[in-house]
Design a protein around this ligand. Structure first.
Ligand SMILES: C[S@@+](CC[C@H](N)C(=O)[O-])C[C@H]1O[C@@H](n2cnc3c(N)ncnc32)[C@H](O)[C@@H]1O
Ligand code: SF4
Length: 373
């Protein structure tokens, strides 16, 4: 029997210093750090045994890793303790990092120490994702971040002066952007001084009852801000390679590309979600119990998801694989081209540009309406 090797894993660290009021990710502030970190680490041990069984049932196993992503929450709070734990955890389970494994570690300004970072570097971390969000002290406060502008500068200065590989997380569509004239381009200018190899720019999405729900900018403003930022970063040498992601050449997030290419990714930790391609199965870890929920996808759901994910990245993708109605597909793509939504086109093989990314959901509706997916 052919055993498939899964070479990517996401691990979720569910603790933060403060709970930002817009955030919907699973996280807690530990009341008793020692106890709660210990329980979390025990849950990873127990969870890994379940994960191994799940993979086995699906003729799979974890191979030498190409990507490991430690996200949260705020993983940088786990510090030296976390690095020591994960080192032994991987060793004890014969989980090997492949020779060019991309090992990403999320860091929050004001939520790391140099000793902690060095310990993580020693166990293989070679890429950092910095949760900066804004470079305007006023907006940092407005969006309820616990870090201040000094923390931001300290973090950016540290990572750039050490010439580490890092990505910056930023947000647009912030409350009161119009009223207080948020100048996101000036903020990004300041970021670029530090020469990040990758920038993630998310449009703020909010939960029901969000405190600033009446202070969010309108759609027209957000669309303008998104396209302004995209044009600016493209001019400055970044590729807008995914709806919310920009990178220098060859510096895309390999881990996230796995999702966008609908490839298998293992996952561990409360609320983490994994995907087993051949088994057409998604699994989502429960939040308060070491157990997961399995979701079997139908062929139809797999197809829709594959198209949606593939159109998120600006790599050529052949839509004719999904339909026999090539004439209709041609017509729809002609329209998209006329509307200047395409980055590349060769027949039915296309990729979207920033204008297309912005209205991806309505383009999916277009394909669906014309029965092309
Ligand atoms: C889950 S967070 C983890 C990183 C880190 N805890 C932080 O907040 O900086 C990953 C990224 O998702 C983005 N994010 C979180 N909540 C969001 C929301 N409601 N809308 C848009 N982006 C969000 C932020 O840019 C954040 O850096
Ligand atoms: S620090 Fe990040 S994960 Fe934690 S509450 Fe804030 S946005 Fe959410």
């Amino acid at each position: 029997m052919n055993i498939r090797e899964i070479r990517s894993i996401y691990i979720h660290f569910p603790f933060c210093r403060h709970l930002c009021n817009y955030c919907d990710f699973y996280k807690n502030i530990p009341k008793n750090k020692e106890k709660e970190y210990e329980a979390y680490e025990a849950s990873l041990v127990k969870g890994f045994a379940l994960l191994t069984d799940l993979l086995k049932e699906n003729d799979s196993t974890l191979g030498a890793l190409n990507t490991l992503y430690l996200g949260g929450g705020t993983p940088s709070l786990w510090g030296e303790r976390g690095a020591a734990f994960l080192k032994n955890f991987l060793l004890d389970r014969n989980i090997i990092l492949g020779p060019s494994c991309e090992f990403t570690f999320e860091v929050n300004p004001g939520g790391w120490t140099e000793e902690g970072l060095l310990a993580w570097r020693d166990i293989g971390v070679n890429r950092y994702s910095l949760g900066i969000q804004s470079l305007n002290p006023h907006f940092l406060k407005l969006i309820d971040r616990v870090h201040n502008i000094e923390d931001v500068h300290e973090t950016l200065n540290y990572f750039s002066s050490k010439k580490l590989s890092f990505s910056v997380d930023f947000m647009l569509g912030l409350p009161f952007s119009k009223k207080f004239k948020r100048d996101i381009i000036s903020e990004l200018e300041e970021i670029l001084v530090h020469d990040p190899e990758h920038i993630s720019l998310y449009i703020l999405t909010t939960k029901a009852g969000y405190i600033h729900k009446d202070h969010l900018p309108d759609d027209e403003y957000i669309e303008g801000e998104y396209l302004r930022v995209s044009n600016f970063l493209i001019k400055r040498g970044y590729d807008h390679y995914e709806v919310s992601n920009f990178s220098k050449k060859g510096k895309e997030s390999n881990h996230n590309l796995q999702y966008w290419k609908s490839e298998s990714v293992a996952a561990l930790g409360p609320s983490a979600t994994g995907f087993l391609k051949e088994a057409q199965t998604r699994f989502k870890w429960k939040m308060t119990q070491v157990d997961f929920v399995l979701e079997k996808l139908t062929a139809e759901e797999m197809k829709l998801e594959e198209v949606y994910m593939a159109l998120r990245i600006n790599r050529p993708f052949d839509l004719s694989m999904f339909t026999d109605n090539l004439l209709e597909l041609e017509k729809v793509l002609d329209l998209w081209q006329e509307r200047k939504l395409l980055n590349t086109r060769a027949g039915s093989t296309i990729s979207l540009n920033s204008n297309g990314f912005l209205i991806l959901d309505s383009l999916m509706d277009d394909l669906f309406k014309h029965e092309l997916v």
